[in-house]
Design a binder for this molecule. Structure first.
Ligand SMILES: NC(=O)c1ccc[n+]([C@@H]2O[C@H](COP(=O)([O-])OP(=O)(O)OC[C@H]3O[C@@H](n4cnc5c(N)ncnc54)[C@H](OP(=O)(O)O)[C@@H]3O)[C@@H](O)[C@H]2O)c1
Length: 347
């Protein structure tokens, strides 16, 4: 793996317009268009970033299809995860310095563009060893996995954790962070034999193809009937409903998504009192807006393990901007192992 490409010249002047990825009506990948849009200007507390690339997130597929809760009406520049170089500082900003290669996340979208502005305290220096594609895939999965495991899930060293869709962006980050933070046993589910193999390589102690095997049975067998201490769940529907049968009495479950597009109506709230299970929901964008002080410790922990080389984002495939429809279709196909990344040609 190679590290960072050379930085562009400091203080590179931004043009007036750029390419930004938008859609003007909801639909399939065919509605995506690269429009000419104004280059944003950094306000107080913000930095201007020249993009190296961005990740395609499951949330992007849902926004494009018109099913993401609270998404703005089109058109708007899409994208949440970013990697790029700081090229100008808004008033009051001292760090990160111009020329710093950064990664981060924009809760309100806008990273699928050649230039973007971000809050200075929401972009982070990229460790030198990481490629641009790895950096572009870092933001939301790692910050979400940390918050789900540690802040919401109160993970303790020596515990047993169940991670679903563990070959995906969020899941692969969660498996790696579990091990880095001292979980004793990670049970991971994924949707094909190839994914199961990769998840085991990432450090999962037990990896199960949940399209072929009953993950509740596996959890019961592995834990001697007790159940896991913590479940982090991003699939929804039956996987979420059946995950309650995997949590030990007085254990924890954190829900961060519903990739299956399905919800569950099976859960009786009274079960919480009967089992003593703590259930939480986490959405990174809402926390950045409403609980930023709770996100900062996640970033600090993630940076520590990244710098130590203990964890590394997993890249499934890198696409060119012109291949954006293929990139969306690839992620939607459920074939991706790791992150789906788009990189801009660098000067
Ligand atoms: N709350 C937050 O702040 C936050 C932040 C980041 C991500 N998320 C959520 O985490 C989830 C994962 O996001 P991601 O971008 O990392 O995507 P991803 O996990 O790389 O891709 C989604 C995966 O979901 C699994 N899946 C299970 N049932 C499915 C079905 N019926 N149809 C399609 N896929 C199915 C597939 O893996 P298998 O084939 O292995 O089942 C698929 O590869 C999403 O729900 C996303 O919204 C939430």
């Amino acid at each position: 793996m190679t590290g960072a490409a050379p930085l562009p010249p400091s203080g590179t002047a931004a043009p007036a317009v750029m390419r930004g990825l938008r859609f003007h009506r909801h639909g399939g990948p065919e509605v995506l268009v690269w429009d000419e849009v104004p280059v944003p200007v950094p306000g107080p507390g913000q930095v201007l970033v020249r993009s190296r690339g961005f990740a395609v997130n499951w949330a992007d597929l849902m926004e494009r299809a018109g099913v993401y809760p609270g998404a703005p009406d089109p058109p708007y520049v899409m994208g949440h995860d970013l990697a790029g170089d700081v090229v100008a500082l808004g008033s009051g900003v001292e760090t990160p310095a111009v020329g710093t290669r950064v990664f981060g996340l924009l809760p309100q979208a806008g990273t699928s563009a050649e230039w973007l502005v971000a809050a200075a305290d929401q972009v982070y220096p990229v460790p030198q060893a990481l490629t641009d594609a790895e950096a572009a895939g870092l933001g939301s999965p790692f910050l979400t996995a940390d918050a789900a495991l540690v802040t919401m899930g109160r993970l303790q060293a020596g515990e047993t954790v169940l991670v679903h869709a563990a070959a995906g962006g969020f899941g692969s980050a969660a498996v790696q962070l579990c091990k880095a933070y001292g979980a004793a046993t990670v049970i991971a589910t994924a949707g094909s034999p190839a994914k199961v193999e990769r998840v085991a390589e990432l450090g999962a102690d037990v990896a199960v193809d949940y399209t072929a095997d009953d993950f509740v049975d596996v959890v019961r067998r592995v834990t001697g009937g007790r159940g896991v201490d913590l479940v982090v769940e991003s699939v929804g529907g039956d996987v979420l409903a059946r995950s309650f049968d995997c949590v030990r009495p007085a254990g924890r479950l954190v829900s961060v998504g519903a990739s299956s597009g399905r919800s569950t109506s099976r859960f009786r709230l009274q079960t919480l009192f009967e089992t003593g299970i703590t259930v939480g929901g986490f959405t990174l964008g809402l926390w950045i807006q409403h609980n930023p002080e709770l996100v900062a410790p996640s970033a600090a922990r993630v940076l520590r393990v990244l710098d130590a080389g203990t964890v590394r984002p997993m890249v499934a495939r890198v696409f060119a901007p012109e291949e954006i429809a293929e990139a969306h279709a690839f992620l939607a196909s459920r074939q991706s192992i790791g992150r789906t990344i788009v990189l801009f040609p660098q000067p």
